[in-house]
Design a protein around this ligand. Structure first.
Ligand code: COA
Length: 239
């Protein structure tokens, strides 16, 4: 085993010049973060006769990000939920819609994302129906969904959706419908194709569905009926 401090060949192969830090007299321990998920531990000796650095180990990076908690909305969260929706959408329409949905008592699941006691994201799942000639089929609408602008792009929205879908699957729900960004919702399994035979007043490529139970939408041809809170007419039947 070569001695890192004495063997020049060892130093050449192992030393990482890009990681050198400012030279100061005496020994200095450097901890360098690497994208591989490890910290390389190195020691640098700087003195009048030597300027050496050698690595002596590595350890996994400890994630210091505060944990994200996805939990049920509590009655005391109402004001913060309003604020998040207002900030994410830049208007109060969605927050007002939530209030109407609460009054109509059609909310099945309301989840919030919390970091260090602060709510930074919110999503809502509501009861809706698909009207078919064989009778109504129960479905769930996912709307609205909001993450504070400063926290967007860090998987908060994804964790809310995934938790919601998992929970609703456990409860026996079979179909979730969303009107949303076609670049976003397909990652959770939503597709316009699945909603193809569901008449709605929305553009077909933004109107998507996912089956929580295989074949839940097989043979289901009908029109969607949203809660009255949306103030929508039912969709046009699709043949
Ligand atoms: C949409 C929203 C809820 C997503 O939450 P988020 O925490 O930022 O999303 P995530 O971090 O989980 O996912 C990030 C991904 O979503 C994509 N994304 C975010 N907003 C998007 C949008 N409007 N259209 C398409 N893709 C979008 C990002 O490009 C990113 O893609 P990548 O993973 O391929 O890089 C959030 O951006 C938001 O609150 N937007 C404003 C309100 C809104 O539009 N709500 C949805 C109505 S359908």
């Amino acid at each position: 085993m070569p001695s890192p401090a004495r063997d020049p060949q060892y130093r050449q192969s192992k030393a990482r010049p890009e990681a050198s830090s400012s030279i100061s007299p005496g020994c200095k321990a450097n901890r360098r973060k690497r994208k591989t998920g490890f910290v390389t531990l190195s020691l640098r000796y700087s003195g009048p006769w030597h300027d050496r650095e050698f690595t002596y180990g590595r350890m996994p990076i400890v994630d210091t990000k505060p944990p994200l908690l996805i939990r049920y909305e509590q009655p005391s969260d109402g004001e913060q939920v309003r604020k998040i929706n207002g900030a994410a959408f830049g208007r109060s329409d969605e927050a007002d819609l939530i209030d109407r949905l609460r009054e109509e008592k059609v909310i099945l699941l309301s989840l919030v994302a919390e970091v260090e006691g602060q709510i930074i994201g919110h999503t809502l799942f509501n009861r809706m129906l698909i009207e078919t000639t064989q009778g109504p089929v129960a479905a769930v609408s996912l709307v609205p969904m909001a993450v504070l602008p400063d926290h967007q792009g860090h998987q908060v929205g994804s964790k809310l959706v995934r938790r919601g879908l998992a929970e609703l699957r456990e409860r026996g729900e079979r179909v979730i419908i969303v009107l949303g960004h076609k670049g976003y919702y397909p990652r959770f399994g939503f597709s316009p194709e699945k909603a193809r035979y569901l008449g709605s007043p929305f553009p077909p490529d933004a109107f998507m569905a996912v089956e929580l139970s295989d074949g839940a939408l097989a043979g289901v041809h009908g029109t969607v009926r949203y809660p009255a809170a949306f103030g929508l007419s039912t969709g046009v039947p699709v043949s």
